[in-house]
Design a protein around this ligand. Structure first.
Ligand code: 0RA
Length: 684
């Protein structure tokens, strides 16, 4: 038997020597965990789960496994079970210990020792089980294969508790790994069920036909390691999710488009391998203007795109242009890359033996061979799809033609602004109350909601450095943020001309006339809507202004609190409660203010009767309710005001938010705006 052989072949001393290098390897991981798992925060903690899961998933991709179970156990332990071949338990010729122990304790063991078993592994993510072992207090590996059930345990960062042992017979095959993260390495070792579900859902789409179950046993104390193989067979009533997608990426595209109106009926799908690169792509157009392309290399999400995306886009533009020329669309002009991206939902996944990641966050595929392979596989299959599905082809070409027309209209509108600006010698809009200084670094532009607040701001400002541009709210209420429509609005052209930076190809950040652009809207639903529309405008057409840190949001107070002659402002409910307590009634608009000299009898704790000024709390619904002096001291005075700088933290998230607000899903938009209207922080 395999386990016995191990004893025979091991020479005296050899074990100790290899043991030392093993410990050195794992010790290196413990010393610099960030090098292996990125962070020791919540991200890194979950990375441990992905590492163990990835091994099982790779076994599934090899066609040896179709079922993986991830269980959250009591005591912050995670168990991953698969029905693959089981990690080999016989003696490994190089290390002279079992392959299981080799995989679990030697850094970078993974693929090299697995041979053909591991076709695909990716950069940082392939570092494997030994890293998890190094960063855990306890690990238990159980293997079922060749009729036996084998177990080996490790503790304190990967030290084997004993040699591998056969503990019984088994008709099953597979690997079960249970680990407990080391709390001296991870500040928190509590896993998130939701996070694990979200990640594994994505993985399930990427490996079609693989069943992935996630179950949360943390509140269930009857779990025993040694008795249960598939915990779900217990029939325990615990939170659980199972994913299984026969359609793979095709299902993912369907899922992403579930709330959108598709432009054509059939989802395009291709899966093919050329030159050692396996390419899988699914796509469908929807009635929308943004594009949602997600890309993966060896099942790793490539947020920054890379070679596969380049190849995909090249083939997409070319194929649709060819189809338009050969078919009905003889309209002369061809589609640009952007035209064919409007309304596109696509998932591009490539798998290859050796994969190179680049970019700031290693989220960009650098392997050049992926470009040609993706371009060829996709180009050929997509043009065939268009031929075989004439209805879909017509709808897709119609969609791209619409985008092309919109682009031309937008360009015409843009040119006309530029011409107007140039001809009039950049005549500033009449609505603008400009500042006196010509130094952009000193200048601030307050973009104010409504003429009445605009008037107050004009009176209250420091006219040397502060300019005011009032916008009329209703005009901005455009359903869709198309550039041509936006620029059709006089409100927006006023803003663009006032900023002085130009737009589109003519944009020049050097010409920006103010280094602080401050959006000042009311703290109500309309205000939130206008602010979002403005943020959309900047996000889509003036990204450099956000990136340059020139865009801000004013923070006017929500409450004025008066006690006698003393006035305080509260910028949130929490602040108000901290100042006056939760019980004091708030005076709404129209209620008369208390006379500050009106004083009441109150009894102080030491029972001495004293006259104390009554406190009044007034809610500000809009900027217009403040007088010029109040607006200056709370919102405009650089020495006292609070400004939030707008940053683009996460382009993907931002796109989602704008999508939600600008897209066709009106109920979703409404509820989003209402629920976020009172949030002071805008870190989109
Ligand atoms: C290499 C070879 C073989 C199996 C595996 C790796 C394997 C590794 C893991 C990790 C988690 N689950 C796994 N399942 C399988 C088997 C080679 C053979 O039996 O011929």
């Amino acid at each position: 038997m395999a386990v016995k052989e191990e004893k025979k072949t091991r020479k005296e001393g050899a074990y100790e020597a290899s043991d030392i290098t093993v410990l050195e390897g794992l010790e290196a991981v413990r010393r610099r965990p960030g090098m292996y798992i990125g962070t020791t925060g919540v991200d890194g903690l979950h990375h441990l789960v992905w590492e163990i899961f990835d091994n099982s998933r790779d076994e599934a991709m090899g066609g040896y496994c179709d079922d993986i179970e991830v269980a959250l156990l009591p005591g912050n332990r995670i168990r991953v079970a698969d029905n693959g071949r089981g990690i080999p338990v016989d003696v490994h010729p190089k290390t002279k210990v079992s392959t299981l122990e080799t995989v679990m304790t030697i850094l970078h063991a993974g693929g090299k020792f697995g041979g053909e078993g591991y076709k695909v592994s990716g950069g940082l993510h392939g570092v494997g089980a030994s890293v998890v072992n190094a960063l855990s207090t306890t690990v238990r590996a159980e293997v079922h294969r060749d009729g036996g059930q084998y177990v080996q345990e490790y503790k304190d960062g990967g030290k084997p508790v004993s040699k591998i042992k056969q503990v019984g017979k088994s008709k099953l095959h597979g690997t079960i790994t249970t680990f407990e993260a080391d709390p001296t390495i991870f500040p928190t070792i509590e896993f998130s069920f939701e996070r694990i579900v979200a990640h594994l859902r994505q993985q399930a789409y990427l490996v079609k036909g693989l069943r992935i179950a996630i179950m949360d046993f943390r509140e269930f104390d009857k779990v025993r390691d040694e008795e249960v193989y598939y915990l779900r067979e217990l029939g325990a009533d615990v939170p659980s999710v199972t994913f299984y997608f026969e359609g793979g990426l095709k299902s993912l595209v369907g899922f992403q488009n579930r709330h959108l109106d598709s432009v054509h009926r059939n989802v395009f799908y291709v899966e093919k391998e050329v030159d050692g690169v396996q390419v899988e792509i699914a796509l469908q157009y929807v009635d929308d203007i943004t594009s949602r392309i997600s890309a993966f290399a060896n099942n790793i999400y490539t947020a920054e795109g890379g070679m596969h995306i380049t190849g995909f886009k090249t083939a997409l533009t070319r194929t649709l242009n060819n189809a338009a020329k050969s078919g009905q669309g003889k309209e002369g002009d061809s589609f640009t890359g952007d035209d064919v991206l409007e309304g596109l939902t696509a998932v591009v996944s490539v798998k290859m033996r050796e994969v190179q990641f680049e970019g700031q966050t290693k989220g960009k595929l650098g392997s050049v061979e992926a470009r040609g392979a993706t371009e060829n596989v996709f180009g050929e299959a997509f043009s065939m799809f268009l031929e075989e599905h004439p209805d879909d082809a017509r709808a897709i070409l119609g969609k791209a033609t619409l985008a092309m027309k919109a682009r031309k209209a937008a360009k015409a509108a843009k040119d006309s602004i530029m011409r107007k600006g140039a001809l009039d010698g950049m005549t500033l809009p009449g609505k603008l109350a400009d500042c006196q200084t010509k130094s952009a670094a000193e200048s601030e532009l307050f973009i104010v909601e409504g003429d009445s607040a605009g008037g107050t701001a004009k009176t209250g400002r420091d006219r040397r450095t502060q300019a005011i541009l009032p916008l009329r709210g209703k005009i901005l209420n455009i359903e869709r943020a198309r550039l041509d429509k936006m620029l059709g609005s006089e409100q927006i052209t006023n803003l663009v001309v006032a900023m002085g930076s130009g737009i589109g190809d003519m944009f020049n950040i050097e010409k920006l006339r103010y280094h602080k652009l401050i959006i000042a809207t009311d703290a109500d639903v309309d205000g939130a809507h206008i602010r979002t529309l403005l943020l959309t405008l900047y996000y889509r057409h003036f990204r450099a202004i956000i990136d340059g840190g020139y865009l801000y949001i004013a923070q006017p107070p929500l409450f004025k609190i008066k006690q006698g002659k003393q006035v305080n402002y509260a910028f949130s409910d929490a602040e108000r409660i901290a100042l006056v307590g939760a019980d004091l009634p708030i005076e709404e608009e129209g209620q008369t203010e208390e006379d500050p000299t009106d004083e009441n009898e109150e009894v102080t704790p030491n029972a001495v009767t004293k006259r104390v000024a009554k406190i009044s709390v007034q809610r500000y619904k809009g900027l217009g309710e403040m007088n010029a002096e109040e607006l200056w001291e709370t919102t405009m005075d650089p020495a006292r005001r609070i400004l939030k700088q707008v940053t683009v933290e996460d382009a993907v998230d931002a796109d989602h938010v704008f999508d939600m607000l600008m897209g066709t899903d009106v109920p979703a938009r409404k509820s989003f705006i209402t629920s976020h209207a009172r949030e002071a922080t805008i870190d989109i």
